[in-house]
Design a protein around this ligand. Sequence first.
Ligand SMILES: Nc1ncnc2c1ncn2[C@@H]1O[C@H](COP(=O)(O)OP(=O)(O)OP(=O)(O)O)[C@@H](O)[C@H]1O
Ligand SMILES: [Mg+2]
Length: 466
Amino acid sequence: MIGRTCQDVFTQYFYSNELPCLYSHERCPLKQTIETGESTSIIRKVRDANGAEKWEDRVFSPILDKDGNVIYVMESVRDVTRFKNLEKMYSGMQELLHRVVHSSASAIVAANIKGKIILFNQAAENLFGYAANEADSINIRDVYPPGMAKEIMKMLRNEHIGGPGKLHLTQATIIRKNGEKIPVEMTAAIIYEDNQEVASMGIFNDLRERLAVEKKLQEAQAQLMQSEKLASLGRLAAGVAHEINNPLTSILLFGNIMLERLEKDNPQAKSLKYVLEDAQRCRDIIKGLLAYSRQSSPSKTVFAVNSLVEESFNLIRDQKMFMNVQVVRELCQEAIYINADKNQLSQVLINLIINAIDAMENEGELTCRTFVDPKTNKACIEISDTGCGILEANLGKVFDPFFTTKEPGKGTGLGLSMAYGIVNENRGRIFIKETGPKGTTFRLEMPQALPGDDQMPANGKIEEIQ
Ligand SMILES: Nc1ncnc2c1ncn2[C@@H]1O[C@H](COP(=O)(O)OP(=O)(O)OP(=O)(O)O)[C@@H](O)[C@H]1O
Ligand SMILES: [Mg+2]
């Protein structure tokens, strides 16, 4: 218009020569305004007289004649340095926030008022099993068990739980993409804009590892309590057993002498026989108590576990018991050796087998497995039945001496407590692996005798089973 480039004009007024027409000609806003008759603007960085960085907003507004032709262009310049700095700060904050959210070890999820997911960080991808781009297509309700999302919103809106719009640390369950249910600890909040709910957000932490450790700790505590209880009962039992053992020996000795001296048809002979039978039963109980309290010393040999199983089955005198019981043997093909008192362990197995048959009321399937546990490298014998199972309330009592649920005269309640004492004495472990209405499995775990161990013959041959 004035026959000079705008650069020529502007350099007179401004400190920089970085002017609009330094941009490619096509993008020159002044030219655009002249050509289009519409306002254009440009935001540029400039330096003031002191060299400080400034931002200016130049607006080119056309002034038109009555035919719509541009006759003047009015240019206004505004200092927008403050806005620009604020904008920079804001986008920096946003970037920081984005990084904080995405590098958080806790899963962070936000959803809009309709439940559509609008934020899903990396930890959420790991916990929920959805990739962030898939999360767009799921609803927040899908990651909770049915009804739970509603329940959480209800709690969030309840002023008495965590304050308005807030939910303090709560345990919940979430559902992963593959359907797996995962226990979590979560906090949640409603996001408001002008007092209107616009979104909700939750922060989740996987509880699986912590719960597993807590469970192990509880089990260890329960086991410790059980061992302490059994140890003190053992001491008591040993004291009583010793006291009763001596008079009982005399009763049996002199009773038998009397019986021998009595004529066979003497009417007192029958009564004396009953006395002696009961005295013998007391003696067996004492023997059991002594074994339980580890007062009888085991005589150890090295033998194969499968031979122990076979002998124990053969030793059960009342074979009628097995009439309606299907016995399944899943015995390890390879020989597993242990170093223990075979007779004592046989008593343990016999009791486990008889207990299993009793629990099935003589009808069902009894499975005996022998194997080496790959985790612990221990020799294991498991006896499973399809019986009634053990009530949860009785789980802590079955190894107690004299605990029985059997009718009077049928069980003394000494079998498992004896087994506990014997197995401990032989450096093993006996425990209920599982129990429920479909049956029970008891596991006996013993350290393996391996070639090269002190107890094994140097050539690895074991006389007993050759
Ligand atoms: N396999 C099993 N299934 C269900 N309950 C069982 C099983 N094994 C043991 N029990 C429960 O544990 C109790 C204690 O067992 P334990 O062997 O110590 O004594 P008992 O069998 O009752 O008597 P005893 O062995 O002295 O003849 C049993 O009375 C029964 O209630
Ligand atoms: Mg028993």
